[in-house]
Design a protein around this ligand. Structure first.
Ligand SMILES: Nc1ncnc2c1ncn2[C@@H]1O[C@H](COP(=O)(O)OP(=O)(O)OP(=O)(O)O)[C@@H](O)[C@H]1O
Length: 254
């Protein structure tokens, strides 16, 4: 099982001001699934993603990621675990302000010990795949919100994490770029077999779901497993992307 949540509850605050962000949530997800999470603002999507990403801990309940009981793991160990296994796109992007776009994308690889030149090679390819080949040398403050978002998506994918978590990956990009971003996520899920969690309001994103989950008031409502709907992804292009990425990964040795 890639991710397993058992009776997870998350309560923020204490005393008289308490918010139950997640209310007795259980979820089992196998490797290679694409779980799309939809629900109104404030329903608990980000809280759920943060808990799966091991960035937050539940108030009660159990959380297993790749079979590891992460709710009990000490923070120092969790940092390494996250680095190796989890790619995360934050709603606020969280790019490093003093690094260029390509350096930001290369960062997870460099941190894992990949040689800088090879890490930058892959970073440039990923940037090309999200339509940002010309922005490689720009710093975050020189880019629009939508560009920063695409850089952050590329960074989340850089180290081929077995678990990929994306909070609103297309919220700030135009339809053309959204379809490039989605195509890349599709490749990583379908061909590299990463398990993907995406919170979104965008019905287009739901097209890549193998599983659609609604959340409301911190409770999950799972629909019948939807068949993967026709995605506007050029399959030949996706295959070419896969070959390119695989080639660089072989050079890098990840
Ligand atoms: N750090 C926090 N402290 C207190 N309350 C919080 C905190 N984080 C989230 N909440 C509350 O928990 C609930 C769920 O928030 P969450 O951000 O998970 O929702 P969301 O579905 O991701 O919303 P959006 O679509 O607007 O991002 C909300 O009521 C929110 O106000």
């Amino acid at each position: 099982m890639a991710v397993e949540l058992k009776n997870v509850t998350k309560v923020y605050g204490n005393g008289s001001v308490k918010t139950v962000a997640l209310d007795d949530v259980s979820l089992s997800v196998t490797q290679g699934e694409a779980v799309v999470l939809m629900g109104p603002s404030g329903s608990g999507k980000t809280t759920l993603l943060n808990i799966i990403a091991t960035l937050d801990r539940p108030t009660s309940g159990e959380v297993y990621v790749l079979g590891v009981d992460v709710a009990k793991m000490p923070e120092r160990k969790l940092e390494r675990f996250r680095l190796r296994n989890i790619g995360y796109l934050f709603q606020s992007y969280n790019l490093v302000p003093y690094l260029t776009a390509e350096q930001n994308v290369a960062l997870p690889l460099v941190t894992l010990g990949v040689k800088k030149e090879l890490a930058l090679l892959k970073a440039r390819l990923l940037l090309e795949l999200v339509g940002l080949e010309k922005a490689a040398a720009l710093y975050p403050h020189q880019m629009s919100g939508g560009m920063q978002q695409r850089v952050a998506v590329a960074r989340a994918l850089a180290a081929n994490p077995p678990i990929l978590i994306l909070d609103e990956p297309t919220s700030n990009v135009d339809p053309d770029n959204a379809s490039q971003v989605l195509g890349l996520i599709y490749v990583v899920n379908k061909l590299f077999k990463s398990t993907v969690f995406i919170a979104t309001h965008d019905p287009e994103v739901a097209r890549i779901a193998t599983r659609l989950v609604y959340i409301r008031g911190g409770k999950l409502y799972e629909t019948v497993e939807p068949p993967r709907r026709e995605l506007k992804v050029d399959v030949e292009r996706a295959a070419a992307v896969y070959e390119k990425l695989k080639h660089i990964d072989e050079l890098i040795g990840i």
